[in-house]
Design a protein around this ligand. Structure first.
Ligand SMILES: C[S@@+](CC[C@H](N)C(=O)[O-])C[C@H]1O[C@@H](n2cnc3c(N)ncnc32)[C@H](O)[C@@H]1O
Length: 196
């Protein structure tokens, strides 16, 4: 990773923590991934040469920067959804600063409604928005998933009840294997191998 991106990520980590501590309104917090989770997620995506990653929950683009870095060598692309135009503006600026803006489509809207407008196919999805509507997001995404696909979600250990519907939906999917990686707040990972 080049030093410019490393510096930007470190800056966003400290700014995000400072901002969130002083922000009473939950919807205005950045709520960025822990660095260790971002590293595991990005290395997983990068080493498996994903081509079209969907992120649900952009915030100011902290995790989007990691994902864009992850797909860069394989010529992949990211689509990232958030309902907040203000957060998308921040994300766009951060991606521009890192020289990664061209790799990312920012799709503004509510998760399920925004998914309806996308065609896919996606070979990796990172769910990091509204945990209660994650099962509905997953359901509307099913026809838009590539045969060989990875699904990730944060908060599997920090918010098990809020994520229970999503985790149960993932476990019920045919042909997927899943696990929870005890990194950060708990990273749920599910994988379906492509049809032979
Ligand atoms: C946990 S933050 C995402 C953090 C980001 N992935 C990162 O690590 O930098 C969740 C984001 O999801 C957005 N969000 C919450 N519910 C949503 C929904 N139903 N549809 C779209 N975006 C939503 C919020 O505006 C917020 O920016």
């Amino acid at each position: 990773m080049d030093t410019r991106l490393q510096a930007l990520l470190s800056q966003l980590e400290s700014e995000g923590q400072r901002h969130d501590q002083g922000e009473l309104e939950h919807a205005r917090r950045m709520l960025n991934l822990e660095r260790a989770t971002a590293e595991v997620l990005a290395l997983w995506i990068r080493s498996s040469h994903r081509q079209h990653v969907l992120e649900i929950g952009t915030s100011n683009g902290y995790s989007t920067l990691w994902l864009a870095w992850a797909v860069q060598p394989s010529g992949g692309r990211i689509t990232s959804i958030d309902r907040s135009a203000a957060k998308h503006a921040l994300a766009g600026e951060n991606l521009r600063q890192a020289g990664l803006r061209d790799l990312v489509e920012l799709a503004q809207g509510d998760g399920v409604e925004a998914i309806r407008r996308l065609t896919g196919p996606f070979d990796a999805v990172f769910f990091d928005a509204d945990r209660y509507s994650a099962p509905a997001q997953l359901e509307s995404l099913l026809p838009k998933l590539a045969p060989d696909v990875l699904l990730f979600s944060d908060n599997a250990l920090s918010h098990p009840q809020e994520l229970a519907g999503y985790l149960a939906a993932v476990r019920a999917l045919p042909d997927f294997e899943s696990a929870i990686v005890p990194v950060g707040k708990g990273l749920s990972v599910a994988y379906r191998a492509g049809v032979a």
